[in-house]
Design a protein around this ligand. Structure first.
Ligand code: MSP
Length: 661
């Protein structure tokens, strides 16, 4: 038997100075979808992700946390790894840039580039963005970083330089010979014109940074983070011994559009200099935006994956991320759109089709898949449409057009719904002819469902596994070979499996409140949760309710001092449409008027609050609740078993803005 064809794909390795949000989850989910898809097409697949752990940002973050860098990154790397595992998207190789194997690989790559004459020593003075770990070309002192908008710093260093300028022509030739290398097409044009406009040599070592991979024999030089980070793709599959593992070159690097230049200019140039094989493709996707801007913790607009997965299941999030936005373009994230898709496409669409088909087979055929009788033209049309959808969906997957693949699949589901409505198997009698017809209709629907289940598996691994069991199919749906999939393979007489809960319908605004409440707890774990009547989780986002700390969890005064609390006076209060529990307040805190959302709407009339003095946590990162920015938190006691919030107040008159100590 011929050995399987290999497919090696990667996500970026993520920075360890933060934790994953929906943007990072997007890239990792797409990688997982491709991995599952390729496996179903018979490939031997390896998917790599990991953590990018060096650089001045980590140095600073570790200092702030008061721990050594190695301890800081170890904890963060573990948190990333654990979350991917929890979300069902763990990598086959999780690479950390502090791994010894990786360190060796970076040093080896540098040695090869140097031996081949592409490295020299020089001095560099320039504006440096410490957030992006990059010198900003052409920037003057005082300029902000064009990528992230934050101030740059002037740096002069003795560096080793990489002769990037020598690769202008080789790169342009390479792009021409490998027209598929940069995707999508629009990004390719951008990169080609960047390279055509001339390439400057690149400094690839630093002496101003301590926390990096040392350049052997050249201390205090450490490697520039991008020389270090990009090499992780190679170190994950063998490093200097990559030939033994047989996975290099990568078939696909998935990246966000923010880092395409590093992957399509620097990375192939480093590999060319070292005379190593170059990856086959770099695919740059767009950003998921929140309120039209990129998510960041400082803007308070990050969306976290875990609360969504907890509330709706990971399949719902995967479906939304892939269905909502055409891969390659930017898109907006909104809870509203997520819930709309969940209810319409998953609960009412796939979930409903699967459960009603199974229920009808259960009722009419003692739970065994019936054998189709003579086919009517309507049945044949449905079969033909489904068969032709197989080709379309596979073609869309190949082109990374996941949105269109899902659209095609869901139009098959819609056709099935229409077919059932027209054929009305439930209104047929028990006569022999009617029973025959019922068998044909239900066998046809079940076959359609089987095909949809197989094709949707890469995107919806959990729920399609359940539907597979429900249909009584043997083996695992992931083991079905996509290339052999065709209409007519459903065996009759097979008993259905146990009924499965697929996508229970949810009430939209209730679900959004619960997701946001969980997200707030995760982002702001210092706020003790207050119980909510339905979810059993905090519904009083924006109003912290006092709970007794566990006796073992004593904190030092320095921890308490981190929380800034002041006396504020409520100026206005109003309800938020669609959010039963929230009030939007404006609060005077002495130095400014703040907008704060508080989860007290069920217990306080807005008008009764005007003029009231309250205790406000003023140094919390801003966040959005139901799309409304909240900039602080009002303190409340949590009373009784249902956690009724009672606002903390002051029996004596106090000055607005006074600090609580
Ligand atoms: N460490 C570098 C990458 C080195 S790769 C050799 C880095 N890390 S990062 O943590 O900032 O992650 C960047 C990647 O996260 C983006 O390229 C993209 O894949 C993903 N995203 C981060 N925010 C995103 C959105 N808002 N939307 C979509 N993807 C985004 O850069």
């Amino acid at each position: 038997m011929p050995a399987k064809q290999k497919f090696y794909l990667t996500t970026p390795i993520y920075y360890t100075n933060g934790l994953p949000h929906i943007g990072h989850t997007y890239t990792t989910v797409v990688a997982d979808v491709i991995r599952r898809y390729k496996r179903m097409r018979g490939y031997e697949v390896v998917m790599t992700t990991g953590t990018d752990e060096h650089g001045v940002n980590v140095e600073r973050a570790a200092k702030k946390a008061g721990v050594p860098e190695s301890e800081f990154v170890a904890k963060m790397a573990e948190a990333w790894r654990a979350l991917w595992l929890e979300l069902g998207i763990p990598a086959d190789e999780f690479v950390r840039t502090t791994d010894l194997q990786h360190v060796r690989t970076v040093q080896w790559l540098f040695k090869l580039c140097r031996e081949n004459g592409y490295v020299y020593k020089g001095h560099y003075t320039g504006q440096y963005c410490i957030y992006d770990n990059a010198f900003v070309n052409d920037a003057k002192p005082g300029d902000n970083c064009p990528d992230c908008g934050r101030p740059t710093e002037t740096l002069t260093e003795e560096n080793y330089f990489f002769k990037l300028s020598a690769f202008q022509k080789p790169l342009l030739d390479f792009y021409k010979k490998n027209p598929e290398f940069i995707q999508p097409e629009s990004r390719k044009n951008e990169i080609v014109s960047f390279v055509e406009s001339g390439l400057k040599d690149l400094s690839i070592t630093r002496t101003t940074i301590r926390w990096g991979i040392p350049v052997p024999g050249e201390e205090p030089h450490v490697f520039y983070v991008w020389f270090d980070a990009l090499t992780a793709y190679l170190s994950a599959v063998g490093g200097p011994d990559y030939e033994k593992r047989g996975m290099w070159p990568a078939d696909l690097h998935l990246v966000g559009k923010d880092i395409i230049r590093f992957h399509t200019v620097y990375w192939p140039a480093f590999l060319m200099a070292a005379m190593l094989p170059i990856p086959k493709q770099v695919w740059a996707h767009g950003w998921f935006l929140m309120d039209a801007s990129k998510m960041s913790k400082s803007k308070g607009n990050v969306v976290l994956p875990r609360p969504i997965a907890d509330m709706l299941g990971m399949d719902a999030l995967r479906y939304f991320l892939l269905r909502e936005v055409v891969f390659g373009q930017d898109g907006n994230f909104s809870y509203d759109a997520l819930l709309t898709r969940y209810n319409s496409d998953l609960a009412n669409g796939l979930g409903n089709l699967a459960s009603r088909t199974a229920a009808m087979i259960e009722k009419n055929f003692a739970g065994k898949i019936p054998k189709a009788g003579k086919l009517e033209p309507r049945d044949e049309t449905l079969a033909r449409q489904t068969q032709s959808a197989i080709g379309d969906v596979l073609d869309y997957f190949e082109k990374m057009n996941f949105a269109r693949a899902l659209e095609s699949l869901w139009s098959v589901i819609a056709t099935a719904d229409k077919y059932l409505t027209t054929e009305k198997p439930w209104s047929l009698s028990d006569s022999e002819a009617d029973t025959q017809r019922k068998a044909t209709v239900l066998a046809t629907t079940a076959e359609l469902l089987r095909i949809v289940t197989v094709l949707a598996h890469p995107v919806l691994p959990d729920s399609t596994t359940k539907i597979w069991t429900l249909l009584g199919q043997s083996g695992s749906v992931s083991a079905v070979e996509l290339d052999g999939l065709q209409w007519g393979q459903l065996a009759s007489g097979v008993p259905l499996g146990k009924p499965q809960t697929l996508f229970p319908r949810v009430e939209k605004s209730e679900a959004i409140e619960r997701i946001e409440s969980m997200a707030n707890e995760e982002l702001n774990p210092t706020a003790p949760p207050a119980p909510a009547p339905t979810a059993g989780r905090s519904a009083t986002a924006g109003a912290a309710t006092a709970a007794a700390p566990a006796a073992s969890e004593k904190i030092g005064i320095e921890d308490f001092a981190k929380v800034e609390m002041r006396v504020g006076q409520i100026k206005t209060a109003e309800r938020i449409v669609g959010a039963d529990k929230l009030l939007k307040l404006t609060v005077d805190i002495g130095t400014e008027i703040r907008q704060i959302c508080a989860g007290i709407a069920q217990f306080y009339e807005p008008d009764s609050l005007i003029g009231r003095k309250v205790a406000v946590v003023t140094n919390l990162a801003p966040r959005k609740l139901r799309g409304v920015e909240s900039n602080g938190m009002i303190i409340a006691a949590s009373v009784g078993p249902e956690g009724r919030p009672v606002l903390a107040g002051f029996p004596e008159d106090v000055e607005i803005g006074a600090r609580l100590k």
